[in-house]
Design a protein around this ligand. Structure first.
Ligand SMILES: Cc1cc2nc3c(=O)[nH]c(=O)nc-3n(C[C@H](O)[C@H](O)[C@H](O)COP(=O)(O)OP(=O)(O)OC[C@H]3O[C@@H](n4cnc5c(N)ncnc54)[C@H](O)[C@@H]3O)c2cc1C
Length: 290
């Protein structure tokens, strides 16, 4: 349980971080909350030669709303996101995701950027970002890239971030009040990773579903967008029948394996059920303002 030897740096600016990542390409890893990386280092599943601690880098935990999006800095903790007044007031679905991650200790230390960069197949943020169409901002010494969530999660613990880049911000879509979102998480015990998590975002126009976003976590080797379920909803009235059909379509895209969290058959059924429950709540929220 003791990590291999490593060097440690505590830069004060993003440029200094990026210079270190370039100079030690492939050897350096950034440390954000440490709630995923440090356990891996103790188990020697990760052995970075240099740990670049982000704690002194200013301005990486800002949360602000622009005309187009809600911008959350990579170093914002799950708790900061959950408790932020704009998030609580206008983005209940994002508050729901943040408030359901781990336990208070995990939420106090774990960060949104660390979670997204780590890309655990059962993590909560990716499902929400796939449903929302969130954009993820990666910065290198040469400039910034804005990567859509649907192009970002490449596989288990694998993302589109280059080793010389820092994830600096995520941008959730700023939406009209007639768009509702919800996140429904099935966990064995409070504080556990998701057995299945379903994030949904529904936009209603004239009583019909104009667009739908659905992200599922916990069952495939990486969180995925349930595109077949989304397509099944567009143009329909938000009804139980439509939600059930979408749930079945999402389950059809799930390829779970049996493990301590349940059998493959059970998990697939839960994908359908969590999708339906999430859609009901998303529709309720959208209908309140439609
Ligand atoms: C007991 C426990 C329960 C948990 N429960 C849940 C849960 O229910 N749901 C859930 O989603 N997660 C859960 N987590 C994970 C938790 O959310 C972590 O905080 C998160 O996965 C990693 O965030 P971090 O800030 O701690 O990142 P770190 O551990 O510091 O880093 C993780 C990885 O991301 C890289 N990284 C970090 N920041 C950046 C950046 N800005 N740019 C580029 N790369 C970066 C690091 O180099 C490292 O490879 C749990 C963790 C624990 C220990």
């Amino acid at each position: 349980m003791i990590p291999a030897q490593f060097e440690y740096a505590r830069p004060a600016s993003v440029d200094e971080v990026l210079t270190l990542l370039r100079d030690k390409e492939g050897e350096a890893k950034v440390l954000s909350g440490g709630y995923s990386l440090l356990p891996l280092m103790k188990l020697r599943l990760a052995q970075p030669g240099l740990l670049v601690d982000l704690r002194d880098v200013r301005g990486l935990d800002t949360i602000l709303e622009t005309d187009d999006d809600l911008r959350i800095g990579a170093r914002a903790t799950h708790r900061q996101v959950h408790e932020h007044s704009i998030v609580a007031d206008r983005y209940p679905f994002i508050a729901e995701v943040a408030g359901g991650i781990g336990d208070p200790q995990v939420r106090n230390w774990g960060t949104i950027g660390g979670s997204v960069a780590h890309a655990d197949p059962a993590s909560d943020w990716p499902a929400a970002m796939l449903a929302d169409g969130t954009r993820i901002v990666c910065r290198g010494l040469g400039g910034e890239r804005v990567v859509p969530a649907r192009e970002f999660f490449l596989g288990p613990f694998s993302t589109a971030i280059e080793p010389t880049e820092l994830l600096v911000e995520v941008r959730f879509t700023r939406r009209a009040r007639s768009v509702g979102g919800a996140y429904t998480k099935l966990e064995r015990r409070a504080g556990d990773f998701a057995t299945v998590g379903a994030a949904t975002v529904l936009a209603l126009t004239d009583g019909r579903i104009a667009s739908a976003g659905i992200g599922i976590t916990g069952v495939n080797d990486t969180p995925f967008a349930a595109t077949e379920a989304e397509a099944a909803l567009v143009g329909k009235a938000p009804s139980e029948e439509a939600f059930r059909a979408a749930g079945e379509a999402a389950a059809g895209m799930a390829h779970p394996v049996s493990d301590v969290r349940g059998s493959a058959v059970y998990k697939r059924a839960m994908v359908a059920e969590m999708t339906v429950r999430s859609l009901r709540r998303a529709a309720d929220r959208a209908l309140r303002f439609a």
